[in-house]
Design a protein around this ligand. Structure first.
Ligand code: SF4
Length: 594
């Protein structure tokens, strides 16, 4: 039997035993041969000297956004090309060269880049020249979903496809405009930053209004031609507008002073650039030209169409190709009107989340680091730091919304307003915690409830890629949401490279219900006016302005359909022109909350 002294362990014994156990556990987990920690590869620099010969590749959004971004790059002196909209062959290429088990936007976007480089090679450009003379710019993130792996995926697939060393540079998603690349080849000047802001807002607005006009166009194809022309006008302006230079605009007597006060000159030059980008004549004239061109399209708003709000994962809900089974075109062919989501919502979400997080962190800190009563100086300091952060974020939020809405107003006033992020978080809160990150976070649930309780649509269609982790989580929650809002028509569709027919037929079935809902709403409204549809149409035929897409139809709460809203308005006009001042009051419906 051992004595107490013999069984007593020294510190060294304990350390030895812990180390032995650690080694055993590592061996069990298969971690014995790992020599070093994985480190993000350092990308070869894109230098200023290469600016004239290296082509920047961009892509992944709608053609409207991509073309605007390209114009800004070109206007700032870069060579730039846009990648095509990813299709099924791109998806298959992505699968061939990428890792297993990725979510499908990875396959589509990675495959699209590889395919593009392969095309260049087929055109006779040597592989090494492609690697040296092209770079790809994309958004990045640190996760928590697989978006954090996109950068690595691009590199992996490019390596496998024989384009090892091809440069993939990132705009870090969470850092907004700050480039993670840190390369001097891409300079973040005021003109570049403001140009990108305009490009984003213009792309979003065009994308929003094209889906509001096309379903009602009288002549088939007229909307697409008008938008193509409008897009060309805007990209030309972004590419060719002369940059503001204070030294060129200042009167002769002030130039000497400006030249001798460099700091002063640079400060006012930057503000001049900001002003010129937002309020300059070329910009405002281009917006007006587009507005007038689009306003020439003739529309017939008496067509009854179910309004389908698109939500879901970021990429799947904005791409306009095989990545979401060409869903928007399909819905329009089936007689629906689509409401798409602007990219600006995502930025508004990030800003609002940052504010909520700052407040949350402050509360946690106050709870865990309680300061004694007499430490008032530190308390004030802490409060000031918090208030400064909050003020910065609030200003950013207001400016973001202001500039977005301003573009919408200048382009005819038809674009939807950004939905208040606080309201989305509040509506989602009973089902989905706002700090559960990844993918669209609580937005999918919040939007579903918002569009239902405010009667902004007849059906919500959530497009989510096969294998998307956050969307699967949110889908689980949506069954609780549907249980609570009985008249909600919600359909989640998993998109992938295959299964288009199946997805379309599921959408068709849900759309049937939405059509019935839209028709019933329209008939109730028409009945409330006491007029026939022929009376309404005859009045519209005599008034050309009512057939313009930018004619402002006042919004009535509780009515989702465009035709129903329009009939109510025309009825008011008819009554007032015939001397009856009576305003029709259609019965307002409310979402049935169980
Ligand atoms: S949100 Fe889903 S589909 Fe998008 S990157 Fe993350 S995991 Fe993939």
């Amino acid at each position: 039997m051992k004595t107490a002294d013999e069984t007593m362990l020294t510190t060294e014994d304990l350390s030895r035993r812990i180390e032995a156990e650690r080694t055993r556990l590592r061996a069990t987990a298969g971690l014995v041969n790992i020599q070093q920690q994985f480190k993000r590869p350092v990308e070869r620099a894109f230098t200023a000297a290469e600016r004239g010969k290296v082509t920047i590749l961009i892509g992944g959004m709608t053609w409207k956004h991509d073309n605007m971004f390209r114009a800004v790059f070109e206007g700032c002196g870069y060579k730039c090309e846009t990648l095509p909209v990813p299709d099924v062959p791109a998806f298959q290429t992505g699968k061939e060269f990428g890792n297993n088990g990725q979510c499908n936007p990875t396959y589509f976007t990675v495959g699209c880049l590889v395919q593009y480089l392969q095309q260049l090679e087929k055109q006779g450009i040597p592989r090494q020249e492609i690697v040296d003379n092209y770079v790809f710019f994309t958004a990045g993130s640190c996760g928590p979903c697989r978006f954090g792996m996109y950068e690595a995926e691009y590199r992996f697939a490019l390596e496998n496809a024989g384009f090892g060393g091809f440069r993939v540079l990132l705009f870090q998603q969470d850092d907004g405009i700050k480039a993670a690349s840190g390369e001097t080849g891409l300079r973040f000047t005021v003109d570049f930053g403001m140009g990108m802001l305009n490009a984003m807002n213009l792309g979003d607005t065009l994308n929003d209004i094209v889906y509001q006009i096309r379903p009602f166009e009288v002549k088939r194809g007229e909307t697409d031609s008008a938008f193509e022309e409008a897009g060309n006008t805007l990209t030309r302006m972004l590419r060719e507008r002369p940059p503001f230079e204070i030294i060129e605009r200042a009167p002769g007597w002030a130039r000497g002073y400006l030249k001798s006060h460099d700091k002063f000159m640079r400060f006012w030059n930057s503000w001049g650039k900001v002003y010129e980008n937002l309020y300059g004549k070329p910009y405002l004239e281009a917006l007006e030209a587009c507005r007038s061109r689009i306003d020439e399209v003739e529309v017939d708003r008496t067509r009854v169409k179910p309004v389908v709000k698109i939500t879901g994962e970021f990429w799947a809900s904005i791409t306009e190709g095989d990545g979401n089974f060409n869903m928007f075109r399909f819905l329009e062919r089936e007689g629906a009107q689509v409401i798409v989501e602007p990219v600006a919502t995502w930025v508004a979400y990030l800003l609002c989340q940052a504010k909520a997080k700052a407040l949350h962190n402050k509360q946690v800190r106050e709870h865990h680091e309680k300061l004694p009563l007499f430490a008032y100086k530190r308390k004030i300091q802490r409060e000031l730091v918090f208030e400064a952060k909050l003020a910065g974020l609030s200003i950013g939020e207001s400016m973001w919304a202001y500039f977005y809405h301003r573009v919408g107003k200048k382009l005819g006033g038809l674009a939807h307003k950004l939905v208040d992020q606080r309201e989305l978080a509040r509506l989602a809160e009973p089902f989905y915690h706002r700090f559960a990150r990844g993918g669209e976070g609580h937005l999918e649930v919040g939007k579903n409830v918002y569009y239902t309780v405010h009667h902004k649509c007849h059906m919500v269609l959530a497009l989510k890629p096969f294998g998307c982790m956050p969307s699967s989580q949110s889908d689980g929650v949506q069954s609780a949401v549907i249980n609570k809002f009985k008249d909600m028509i919600f359909l989640p569709i998993e998109t992938s490279g295959e299964g288009e027919v199946n997805a379309h037929s599921r959408v068709q079935m849900a759309l049937g219900e939405a059509k019935a809902k839209a028709k019933a709403e329209f008939e109730t409204v028409l009945q409330s006016t006491g007029k026939s549809l022929d009376d309404i149409r005859a009045y519209v035929a005599d008034h050309r302005e009512l057939r313009r897409p930018f004619y402002h139809v006042p919004h009535r709460e509780g009515i989702a359909g465009t035709a129903a809203q329009f009939v109510l308005h025309v009825n008011d006009l008819m009554n007032s022109s015939s001397g009856k001042r009576k305003r029709s009051t259609a019965p307002l419906t409310t979402a049935k909350v169980a």
